[in-house]
Ligand binder design. Structure first.
Ligand code: C5P
Length: 227
């Protein structure tokens, strides 16, 4: 059986990573969460005071990109690969609303994108990979055998993200989460470099009213047709 590349793109909190993780497990493929990589860079910038509520030292961040090493290590206990920044597990640290607030401005920088895209392309060189993000089917793997574009209404997505963050013990309001989701979508879809757009050959799935099981079944069928 041949191995393929599955690219899953879409707006914030469309449940891409939930599906991508389960899909990778079902097919025995590697799963790569590229959002975690952009979040890791934003986390680095926040820690080093290169970005904050009213400033962004873009040039300094670009000059320090060499100091950033992002790796994934599979954690059996949770069943997926966690992200490490310079050897330290930052999986929980990058999921805060604060990192979510600064990640999209950081992800507009071409120098950041080209560094991460190069690493992502290397990770997928042997195929057998499910990668989710915003530009996987358009920029990272334009020749991916299967491209999915996930959508859902902004309210559905904000509700999901709000519940997820509450479950993790974060204290925040639904309005703040909704505002973050819509602001990120706007920045991600209007940036100059690799904006979030549906690839021409991507299959769109609106999952506002679909269970995870139903989505998984559809995508596994599509994958099997291409393997
Ligand atoms: O997927 P997640 O919501 O964790 O992504 C966080 C942010 O990282 C996105 O809002 C976007 O700004 C950026 N991103 C990107 N390209 C990708 C993946 C994520 O620009 N391939």
């Amino acid at each position: 059986m041949s191995k393929i590349i599955i690219a899953i793109d879409g707006f914030s909190s469309t449940g891409k990573s939930t599906i991508a993780k389960q899909l990778a497990n079902a097919l025995d493929y590697i799963y790569v969460d590229t959002g975690a990589m952009y979040r890791a860079v934003a986390y680095f910038a926040l820690k080093r005071n290169l970005i904050g509520d009213d400033f962004f030292k873009e040039d300094e961040l670009v000059n320090r990109l060499e100091d950033i090493s992002i790796k994934f290590k599979f954690n059996k206990a949770v069943g997926f690969a966690e992200v490490y920044l310079n050897g330290i597990n930052i999986e929980a640290d990058i999921r805060t609303l604060r990192v979510s607030k600064f990640v999209s401005p950081v992800a507009t920088l071409s120098a950041v994108r080209s560094k991460l895209v190069e690493q992502q392309q290397l990770m997928g060189k042997d195929k057998g990979i499910v990668m989710d993000g915003r530009d996987i089917g358009t920029v990272v793997f334009p020749d991916a055998e299967l491209k999915i574009f996930m959508t859902a209404s902004a309210e559905t997505r904000a509700k999901r993200r709000y519940k997820e963050l509450l479950d993790r013990g974060h204290k925040l309001s639904y309005e703040d989460v909704l505002e973050n989701v819509t602001t990120r979508d706007h920045i991600d879809s209007t940036r100059e470099d690799s904006p979030l757009v549906k690839a021409e050959d991507a299959i769109e799935i609106d999952n506002s009213d679909l269970t995870i099981k139903a989505q998984l079944k559809t995508i596994i069928n599509l994958a099997n047709q291409r393997i």
